[in-house]
Design a protein around this ligand. Structure first.
Ligand SMILES: [Zn+2]
Length: 359
């Protein structure tokens, strides 16, 4: 009797790993483009990838060590045509982050994320994924009042083009996946409960994603979460029922959905089951970066088994709920804790895989 092929449940990180303390200190003191910092960045990236691979993670990232100052504005940081007083993101613990504001056109990225892949792939022995920021997040850079001689329409044309260039460069350089960070999706429902803002974000992102072939989209994914900064969130009170039906309209194959840190897992899994489309792979969050307690592999295993009751196993994957420090100065989680949680994700997913395979 031939044995059935073993099932595989892919497992991937989201992206960020807390930066080493000495790097955070040095960046806080001066210019993050300071050439003296290059060696520190390089050490941080090499160490991150070594430790990532030591967890057994089949896919790694560079831990976004060089994304200053965060997952959203790394590509525009330092542009002369921006001012610091842009869109405000309030978090549940009372602190606030701000996006830059565009002051004049044309809009061009200062750097593309494939430059991070250049370094990461020098050190990595396993596939490397790359997260990029969504057009919808960057659309918030354009101010409410019109910029003279540079309309919002002109801005959107430039934005979509820059985003497409960034994704293509990452794909060409062999990124295992290119994950579009879409944390503002859930925030959009909080800001505008009518759903209009969310739908305009989905439309905008799909304008960019439609430029890719179905083949290319197999390597594209989207991450959604309620935000994560200093262990607090910006939109955890928004029900997934308001978000997921629209989210699954995005033209990508992989979805990375925060789940572990939420309250009612069956409620969310039922919504996923209802709106999931054929060919889509749902990577459910099985570890919660905002929870200081390190999950055990057995807990992760049970979370995967629970998810497999709702999501067909050939469409299931696992991930962390979010990056471990999407903002570079977030010291709420240590590197040790982050890697211990990642190891629990990897081990727990493998335990579930064996049990499901033996069914
Ligand atoms: Zn996230």
């Amino acid at each position: 009797m031939t044995k059935p092929a073993p099932i595989t449940i892919p497992t991937e990180p989201i992206g960020s790993i807390p930066r080493p303390a000495d790097l955070i200190e040095r960046v806080a003191k001066g210019d993050s483009e300071d050439t003296d910092l290059s060696a520190l960045y390089e050490d941080a990236i090499r160490d991150t990838i070594e430790r990532f691979e030591a967890t057994g993670s089949p896919v790694v990232t560079d831990g976004e060590q060089r994304k200053h100052h965060n997952f959203a504005t790394y590509c525009v940081h330092g542009l002369p045509n921006t001012a610091p007083d842009g869109f405000k993101i309030p978090f549940s613990d009372g602190h606030m982050r701000r996006l830059p504001r565009l002051t004049r056109g044309p809009f061009r990225y200062k750097r593309y994320a494939d430059s991070y892949l250049d370094v990461a792939t020098r050190y990595a022995h396993v596939p490397v994924k790359q997260a990029v920021i969504s057009p919808s997040a960057l659309s918030l850079l354009y101010p409410a009042e019109r910029i003279r001689d540079y309309s919002r329409e002109e801005f959107i044309v430039d934005l979509l083009s820059e985003h497409e260039i960034e994704i293509r460069r990452c794909l060409e350089k062999g990124a295992h996946k290119v994950q579009v960070d879409f944390t503002e999706g859930r925030l959009a429902v909080k800001i505008d409960p009518s759903g209009h803002l969310l739908n305009s974000f989905i439309e905008l992102n799909n304008l960019a994603l439609s430029r890719f072939t179905p083949e290319e989209r197999r390597r594209l994914g989207v991450h959604t979460c309620p935000g994560s900064d200093f262990d607090s969130t910006h939109s955890a009170d928004v029900d997934y029922a308001e978000l997921l039906p629209s989210l699954f309209a995005l033209k990508v194959d992989s979805f990375y959905i925060a789940l572990a840190g939420g309250r009612d897992h069956p409620h969310v899994l039922k919504i996923i089951r209802k709106y999931l489309k054929p060919g889509q792979r749902i990577f459910v969050g099985v570890t919660a970066p905002a929870d200081p307690r390190i999950e055990t592999p057995e807990e992760v295993r049970d979370r995967v088994l629970e998810a497999s009751e709702y999501i067909p196993v050939e469409q299931l994957g696992t991930t962390d709920d979010c990056g471990f420090s999407p903002f570079s100065d977030d010291t709420s989680t240590s590197r040790d804790t982050a890697f211990a949680k990642i190891q629990a994700r990897v081990l727990g997913t493998a335990l579930a895989e064996r049990l499901i395979g033996a069914r």
